[in-house]
Design a protein around this ligand. Structure first.
Ligand code: GZL
Length: 328
């Protein structure tokens, strides 16, 4: 059954929900926007670690061009200190709005306060932060990662409902401390609790990369004689696991089942080919929504505190049917 988690808040309902900010941003307070002129956006991107990230970057850059937003784009190569430096630089340049995908959840208070004190609004995209500071960002646009983990776990519980125990599962976690890794772990664990035969016998970060997934899976295979299934928190690590499983002389999708999250082209192809058994989408095409919200924020309009992007799931038949029309 194809499930679609519809957007909890659409842009159209902007007027309905209380803004999270402390009211309109004075449009004259920053050089890069407001007052009807072209908006300048400073964007700090995590890096280029996965197919998802590449698609996300392309979406943001294309959407900025289409929306006539002057985009200052910085790639942090996976390092939080690079993101903090980039945000500081955007503040010094007096951009009209700052947006970023935080590589990890914590450690942002100081730089977010600097942006707030400079009167420059901040938008979170893709990943959330943990902060006690009030009104340091206007909204968070991104998926519900707990739900994604739950869908993966619910499929697993169903797939092995009548299997004699124990069912040995290994988990390839995303970047340590990142919002998607923490929340997908939570969602998956909650969902598999329904079947006591399901055991996570090993769990380690592959840092959302294909090479990371392959290295960790090689170690799991050496240390665990019986592995029934892999929960890969993104396609790239799942594809790395496929390489390791095949190198060990086993059949991915058959001897060892694989459930993954992202649904990028390569993940969809692996699912269509039967090497992945179930796939949860995490839509990376956040660019158009980001530009629309940024214009509203710079204009001082109220925006929803949280915008959840919609996801869906794919089994092999659904992946085969969807592949020709996929945009990433
Ligand atoms: C999810 C995103 C994650 C993807 C990975 O929104 O932050 O980071 O699942 C990417 O592929 O590296």
């Amino acid at each position: 059954m194809k499930r679609v988690l519809t957007a909890v808040l659409s842009i159209a309902s902007v007027g309905v929900l209380a803004a999270c900010g402390s009211g309109p941003v004075p449009s004259g307070s920053s050089g890069g926007g407001g007052g009807g002129g072209q908006i300048t956006m400073g964007f700090s991107q995590v890096g280029a670690e996965s197919g998802w990230r590449t698609a996300n970057t392309t979406s943001i850059q294309d959407a900025a061009k289409a929306a006539d937003v002057n985009l200052k784009f910085s790639d942090a190569n996976g390092e939080q200190e690079n993101q903090i430096s980039a945000i500081r630089s955007f503040v010094q340049q007096r951009v009209g709005v700052i947006a970023f995908s935080p590589v990890v959840r914590t450690g942002w208070d100081a730089v977010l306060l600097e942006a707030k004190n400079a009167g420059i609004p901040v938008i979170l995209t893709d990943r959330a932060v943990d902060t006690q500071e009030k009104d340091v960002y206007k909204t968070f646009i991104g998926a519900d990662f707990v739900q994604e983990g739950k869908w993966a776990g619910e499929w697993t519980a169903k797939e092995y409902a009548s299997a004699p125990g124990p069912v040995n599962i290994v988990q390839l976690e995303g970047t340590t401390g990142s919002d998607p890794a923490l929340e997908r772990t939570t969602g998956f664990a909650d969902a598999i609790k329904t079947n006591p035969n399901l055991k996570i016998i090993a769990s380690q970060s592959g840092d959302f990369t294909r090479s990371g997934g392959k290295q960790v899976m090689e170690a799991f295979l050496k240390a665990n004689p019986k592995i029934d299934m892999v929960f890969a928190q993104n396609d790239d690590m799942g594809l790395g696991a496929v390489e390791a499983i095949e190198a060990a002389g086993k059949k991915p999708g058959q001897d060892i089942k694989i459930v993954a999250i992202d649904a990028t082209h390569d993940g969809m192809q692996a699912t269509a080919d039967g090497k992945f058994n179930f796939l949860v989408e995490c839509n990376p095409l956040l660019g158009p929504q980001l530009m629309d919200i940024a214009k509203k924020v710079v204009a001082g309009e109220a925006v929803p505190a949280r915008i959840v992007t919609k996801d869906q799931t794919f089994d092999q038949a659904q992946a085969k049917a969807a592949l020709p029309d996929r945009k990433y």
